[in-house]
Ligand binder design. Structure first.
Ligand code: FES
Length: 110
């Protein structure tokens, strides 16, 4: 597993919002729900669309793809609804004082 990398400041993403960050050449969608932070690969597994352009569903802890509406779990990356069937990779996050840090998972591209 790789080392933790500083991702952003806690003020950089509003509660209930999502933003794309590029870390080590990977595009990562970073979502915030309250004090919880989630990081998933930014590209939808159905087509090459940026999930950070989608809508965070705070109650279900999901992101809705902006293209065809597939839902992905922000916690597990699982594709919960069609047309997406493959999960997106998730990455561990940790808040350190006023900063959010990320530990990238392996790039499985699956
Ligand atoms: S591009 Fe995401 S569901 Fe089709």
């Amino acid at each position: 597993m790789s080392d933790a990398i500083k991702l952003c400041d806690v003020t950089s993403v509003d509660d209930g919002d999502i933003a794309m960050h590029e870390i080590d050449g990977r595009e990562i969608a970073v979502a915030r729900i309250g004090d919880e932070w989630f990081a998933i690969d930014d590209t939808c597994t159905h087509a090459k669309v940026s999930l950070s352009d989608g809508i965070v569903e705070e109650d279900d802890c999901t992101i809705e793809c902006p293209k065809h509406g597939a839902l992905f779990s922000l916690r597990t990356g699982e594709a919960l609804t069609f047309p997406a069937i493959r999960a997106v990779a998730t990455h561990a996050t940790e808040v350190r004082d006023t900063e959010v840090w990320i530990t990238l998972s392996e790039d499985t591209d699956s």
